[in-house]
Ligand binder design. Structure first.
Ligand code: OAD
Length: 238
């Protein structure tokens, strides 16, 4: 075990007020590609840049193309929570971890058993009509062909935050509350490039900020402990 992982293990053992904030790198060990790594979603060839497809204006103008991308790239069948998701659920059940704040839309934290999960960017496991708001089961959008439509005629959409859309302010406020009051904040598997989510780091006031990320982030110099290793491997040692 590296020195940094031993220190993290000690901190985790001694605390009952840990908060975790993560991103796509938490799910790569489950087989879901992240966005910005070399083999990530944003480096794959597609008719339009993925950032454009995942925007509000594109969804409005071109829902057919959006749904082709959504079903081909966002919906991945047969994925299971990995060691990082499972350890976080265990720490919560043991009364040590207060909340998981995630930018992921894959529902894997809940599948691992985590209860307090704040989904900053929503979830592809929920859907609703973009016109009348009626909720729909996710199968309606995630499987099949073409553009799913509500009985009112509106387009059914995933309950995710697209580019150009605001984050849910209640979820943000709760995330800020947990981070402000955390003894240990572990940030993992995120490039910390996308705002406003990345800005949450500024609300942490403690002295145990841990970054677990394969590559460097713009916030490495803020960390009290930094681990550039795979998060599932690191968490399996805690
Ligand atoms: P990114 O793809 O930007 O960053 C993922 C980070 O995880 C990278 O820095 C990788 O080095 C790291 N990583 C990958 N596998 C890892 C592993 N096994 N262990 C540790 N680190 C690993 O993904 P996010 O930061 O989540 O937003 O991206 C933020 C947002 O950008 C997403 O929520 C999405 C995207 O556009 C929307 O769609 C609104």
């Amino acid at each position: 075990m590296t020195d940094a992982v031993s220190v993290l293990k000690q901190w985790v053992n001694d605390s009952d007020n840990i908060v975790f904030f993560g991103g796509a790198g938490v799910s790569t060990e489950s087989g879901i590609p992240d966005f910005r790594s070399v083999d990530g979603l944003y480096h794959q060839q597609w008719k339009y840049p993925p950032e454009m497809i995942l925007s509000h204006s594109f969804f409005e103008k071109n829902p057919e193309e959006y749904y082709r991308f959504h079903r081909a790239k966002l919906v991945i069948d047969g994925v299971e929570p990995n060691r990082a998701h499972k350890k976080l659920a265990e720490l919560e059940a043991a009364g040590k971890l207060r909340a998981v704040i995630t930018q992921n839309i894959d529902g894997l934290h809940q599948a691992a058993g985590s209860k307090k999960v704040l989904e900053l960017h929503g979830s592809i496991l929920r859907a609703y009509c973009s016109r009348c708001g009626k909720p729909y089961p996710h199968e309606v959008i995630n499987y099949g062909d073409g553009v799913p439509r509500c009985s009112c005629g509106g387009v059914i959409r995933p309950d995710i935050v697209l580019y150009e859309e605001p984050l849910d302010q209640d979820v943000m406020a709760e995330a800020i509350h947990y981070i402000r009051n955390a003894e240990i904040l572990i940030i993992g598997g995120t490039s910390l490039n996308v705002y406003p989510a990345a800005g949450l780091i500024h609300y942490y006031k403690g002295k145990k900020l841990v970054l677990v990320n394969l590559s460097e982030t713009p916030y490495d110099s803020y960390a009290d402990l930094i681990i550039h290793e795979k998060i599932g491997e690191v968490f399996s040692k805690l």
